[in-house]
Design a binder for this molecule. Structure first.
Ligand code: CA
Length: 221
């Protein structure tokens, strides 16, 4: 059974998340301070961490930095005060896999937890650790990417997008599919975030690798 660590100091929110995840079949444990969250996260007993940014003792950013600094690839979903804010960007750049802006609906969090579990990152996934296509290699455990043997630095979101493209290499993926699978919830369908990140990826992986299929979406060639 997959086990989830919930780092949240507000009892009401921790209980809401814990009840929902338990009902969905996960085992859970709550940490209410930053140091406690870090200690537990480093034990390797958990498959995923739901991490509030505002924690006493040590904030969520520091917990995340120390966790990643120790080499942990455990999937982390951060809880932020508002969507699209500086917290979100800092969290994703600091190695978080996804984020939830408070207040959130439980089903939205559950969808993201399942997405992260299914993506095979971390000890709980046990999926194939390395994906490769046409000289592009992605190690989903260490989040390292390389092109023709040359290492390429990808942000968390860029990596997730590249992973989705490689898992479906040769298939056309629509913007909506990429939005729901990589961003994990109902982003504004009019958002151009997918196009923006495709541009970033082309810059890093080589423009010719990702084909635009007019009116349909994108395809890894
Ligand atoms: Ca808090």
């Amino acid at each position: 059974m997959a086990s989830i660590l919930i780092a949240e100091d507000e009892a009401r929110i921790a209980s809401f998340v814990e009840k929902g995840l338990t009902a969905a079949g996960f085992t859970t444990r709550v940490a209410t301070t930053g140091p406690e969250a870090l200690d537990l996260a480093l034990t390797d007993e958990f498959d995923l961490l739901v991490l509030d940014i505002g924690l006493p003792g040590m904030d969520g950013f520091d917990v995340l930095a120390q966790l990643r600094g120790s080499g942990s690839t455990m999937p982390v979903i951060i809880l932020t005060a508002r969507a699209g804010g500086a917290d979100t960007v800092a969290g994703l750049e600091g190695g978080a896999d996804d984020y939830m802006a408070k207040p959130f609906r439980f089903d939205e969090l559950l969808a993201r937890v399942r997405l992260r579990m299914a993506s095979g990152n971390g000890s709980g996934g046990r999926a194939l650790a390395e994906l490769a296509h046409n000289g592009l290699r992605l190690d989903v455990r260490t989040r390292r990417a390389s092109v023709d043997g040359r290492e390429v630095e990808l942000s968390g979101r860029e990596f997730a997008l590249a992973e989705e493209l490689v898992r479906h290499a040769g298939q056309v993926l629509s913007r909506e599919q990429l939005l729901s699978r990589v961003w994990g919830y109902d982003f504004d369908p009019g958002s151009n975030v997918v196009d923006v990140y495709i541009r970033y990826l082309r810059g890093k992986l080589g423009a010719a690798r990702i084909e635009t299929v007019r009116g349909m979406g994108y395809r890894l060639v």
